[in-house]
Write a protein that binds this ligand. Structure first.
Ligand SMILES: NC(=O)c1ccc[n+]([C@@H]2O[C@H](COP(=O)([O-])OP(=O)(O)OC[C@H]3O[C@@H](n4cnc5c(N)ncnc54)[C@H](OP(=O)(O)O)[C@@H]3O)[C@@H](O)[C@H]2O)c1
Length: 250
């Protein structure tokens, strides 16, 4: 299969790329800085890497068109994985940083889907995948833009999974809890049930293979996030302000 993964130089995207290569697939990845990619993968025959930002639609289109002609023609799976967050959370929003988060996470996913569909719709086959987050299920303090971006992605996938079914195109939305990657290295709040990117890649690849519509992991996070969603908002505020969680600060 031919699989394109946005943000494949580090973290979840890189682990997915590595695992798909081991399974014998042809993989395309992108990142703003390809020097982050481990040297042994920089000239891998089954891995095509492209340096551009997912917010640059023209550069994205040129790279995808190039990848679609590499080896066998076409594209089977698009994984919109590239995303950024804040690291250290602040009570007073940094609006410039928020703009970058919304632009990368929302428009990056939007462009990935739009460009992939230019291949999937004529072929009447293909799979769109988004790496959303459990952060999209609640408004996490200090991470309003990140939570909002992931809520947007989750809802967009939910709609598209219905809209595109008649075209034989499946949509899979993955909402992980905390994964140990460079993105979470700078977090200074508690990260319950944190998981390795190896385990996350295994769960994501399983969900993609089964064409699941919506997957949340780890299991304990499903329970926690459901409780946080349905509890009275006063209690949610109280919990999020607990000092040991280290979430709310100025
Ligand atoms: N780690 C977690 O706990 C966790 C939990 C839930 C969801 N997620 C989501 O999972 C996805 C991957 O996160 P991660 O933890 O693996 O983060 P990561 O290690 O920081 O990797 C992010 C990847 O995206 C790329 N990227 C970022 N902005 C980009 C842009 N504008 N254009 C192209 N590539 C870009 C990065 O490369 P460059 O910097 O070189 O561009 C890198 O390859 C994100 O969408 C994140 O929100 C992560």
């Amino acid at each position: 299969m031919k699989i394109f993964i946005t943000g494949g130089t580090t973290g979840i995207g890189f682990t997915l790329a590595k695992d798909y290569l081991e399974e014998g697939h042809t993989v395309g990845i992108c990142g703003r800085d390809l020097s982050k990619l481990p040297i042994e993968y920089q000239n891998h025959v089954d891995l095509k890497s492209y340096q551009f930002s997912v917010t640059d639609k023209n550069a994205f289109r040129a790279a995808l068109d190039n990848f679609a002609l590499y080896k066998e023609k076409g594209l089977d799976i698009m994984i919109a994985n590239a995303g950024i967050s804040l690291g250290r959370k602040n009570r007073i929003p940094n609006f410039e940083k928020n703009r970058q988060i919304l632009e990368t996470n929302i428009w990056g996913t939007h462009f990935a889907f739009e460009l992939a569909l230019s291949y999937f719709l004529p072929a009447k086959s293909g799979q769109l995948v988004a790496i959303s987050s459990v952060a999209g299920e609640v408004g996490l303090p200090g991470a309003g833009a990140y939570s909002a971006s992931k809520a947007c992605i989750t809802k967009m996938c939910e709609s598209l999974s219905i809209d595109l079914a008649a075209e034989n195109i499946s949509v899979t939305c993955i909402a992980p809890g905390f994964i140990d990657t460079p993105l979470t290295k700078t977090n200074d709040h508690s990260m319950p049930f944190i998981m390795s990117s190896k385990k996350a890649s295994q769960l994501i690849r399983q969900a993609i293979a089964k064409k699941k519509v919506w997957v949340v992991f780890p299991c304990r996070m499903i329970l926690l996030i459901t409780l946080l969603k349905i509890m009275p908002r006063k209690l949610y505020h109280y919990i999020m302000k607990l000092p040991f969680l280290n979430y709310s600060r100025g």
